[in-house]
Design a binder for this molecule. Structure first.
Ligand code: AMP
Length: 394
């Protein structure tokens, strides 16, 4: 069987795709169709020679964009489609072969991810139309965290809110935390022990992984809980919402918008949500940018230290995501803020580990918990889970 998987990540007006072969040497074809439904719709990507292309698709909808993507696969025929689905609620503890029942279950969790799940389902419907004979698999951002014990996933709220309305912590970025922790388990002599993972991109979350199972994570009911992110506040006092409403007369929508879109690195720095620019501005003496880096790193360290309570042993911490993979400064600051954990960061190795480099950052003679950078590959994980799901259904 040709085991190429077409990985699809569908938003309300975009489709990200990647064609991933089981053979890691086979070139990956990937790209994104953006601004779908408008005259500015465009498909951008990379071909097998590594050349970039940009193809206007004026007025294209999701199905038309998928047809254009199919034409860009250079004759390679996928044997399955793996869909990234943001929220699987409590229905899905692993990837699922898509049928009408699975679609209904994804639809029933739409209240928990109103921006994402309906868009993801648009992608499923369009893909079924364009590739009617291919098996389709749903891979959930939340599924990896379904192993959290109740002490980690329950909020201290009235029981009925959990029982009747599913109000609990779900966690996100599951494919990334799963990928990097499994990879570190393969690479490190420590194996699949206890790993703390820090996915630091525009969205940021941490996770405690024990023997390849997630035992706790920083995101909760929504991807707003936890760390400081590009534009998201992360944790605030739950009393803040009532305070802003009563004192400033803000509506729920205004509060939601401020916490999700105007906070985080952007809000603290008053400049940008982009860590590269913030680091540059901080170097040039911008006080808001310096504070943003300081709060960002402190909150990561505090979160990792807290999550260590979930692990029977601590074998190491793993940094990933655009910031985790590329910012030696953020990694150094986080590790410096955790002096009781026995890490031993080698500064030269840390400084040299950027732009997709993978490796341990420890001093040569170090025996304790390790520090790793593992570039995340959510598409590879989705392709792997898709194959695994199909094998179990064969
Ligand atoms: P992601 O969402 O994983 O693509 O990560 C995006 C974040 O990574 C943005 O805040 C970028 O500024 C940040 N980033 C990318 N490259 C660097 C870099 N060289 N140094 C610091 N931050 C970076």
């Amino acid at each position: 069987m040709n085991a190429s998987v077409l990985v699809i990540n569908c938003g309300s007006s975009s489709i990200k795709y990647a064609l991933i072969d089981e053979d890691p040497q086979a070139p990956r074809l990937d790209g994104i169709a953006e601004r779908l439904g408008s005259q500015a719709a465009v498909l951008k990507g990379t071909d097998s020679a590594g050349e970039r292309f940009s193809q206007p698709l004026p007025g294209a909808d999701h199905a038309q964009a998928l047809s254009a993507i199919l034409d860009r696969l250079e004759g390679r025929k996928p044997s399955a489609v793996g869909h990234r689905i943001v929220h699987g609620g409590e229905h899905f503890t692993q990837a699922a072969l898509i049928d009408d029942g699975v679609i209904a279950a994804i639809d029933s969790t739409a209240a928990l991810a109103p921006l994402h799940n309906p868009a993801n389902l648009t992608g499923v419907a369009a893909t079924r139309q364009v590739f009617p004979s291919l098996p389709q698999v749903a891979v959930f951002d939340t599924a990896f965290h379904q192993t959290l014990p109740p002490r980690a996933y329950r909020y201290a709220l009235p029981d009925a809110l959990y029982r009747d309305h599913g109000i609990r912590r779900y966690g996100f970025h599951g494919t990334s935390h799963a990928y990097v922790s499994q990879r570190a388990s393969q690479l490190s002599t420590h194996g699949a022990g206890g790993w703390l993972t820090a996915h630091l991109g525009n969205g940021c979350s941490t996770s405690a992984v024990w023997q390849n199972q997630s035992l706790d994570t920083s995101m909760g009911l929504t991807p707003l809980e936890g760390l400081v992110m590009g534009t998201r506040s992360g944790d605030v006092d739950p009393g803040l919402h009532a305070h802003l409403h009563r004192q400033l007369g803000w509506s729920l929508d205004e509060i939601d918008n401020v916490l999700n879109k105007q906070s985080g690195l952007l809000g603290l720095s008053g400049l940008t949500n982009d860590m590269r620019e913030i680091e540059q501005a901080a170097e040039q003496g911008h006080a808001g940018a310096s504070l943003a880096v300081e709060v960002f790193c402190y909150r990561i360290a505090k979160s990792l230290a807290g999550l260590s309570c979930a692990l029977p042993t601590l074998d190491g911490v793993i940094f990933t995501g655009g910031i985790g993979e590329n910012s030696p400064q953020v990694r150094r600051r986080v590790i410096q803020l955790m002096p009781h954990f026995g890490f031993a960061l080698d500064d030269a190795t840390n400084d040299a580990t950027i732009r997709g480099r993978e490796g341990a950052l420890d001093r040569a003679d170090h025996r304790g918990p390790e520090v790793w950078v593992i570039p995340t590959d959510e598409e590879a994980r989705i392709a792997m889970e898709t194959r695994h799901c199909l094998e179990t259904h064969a």
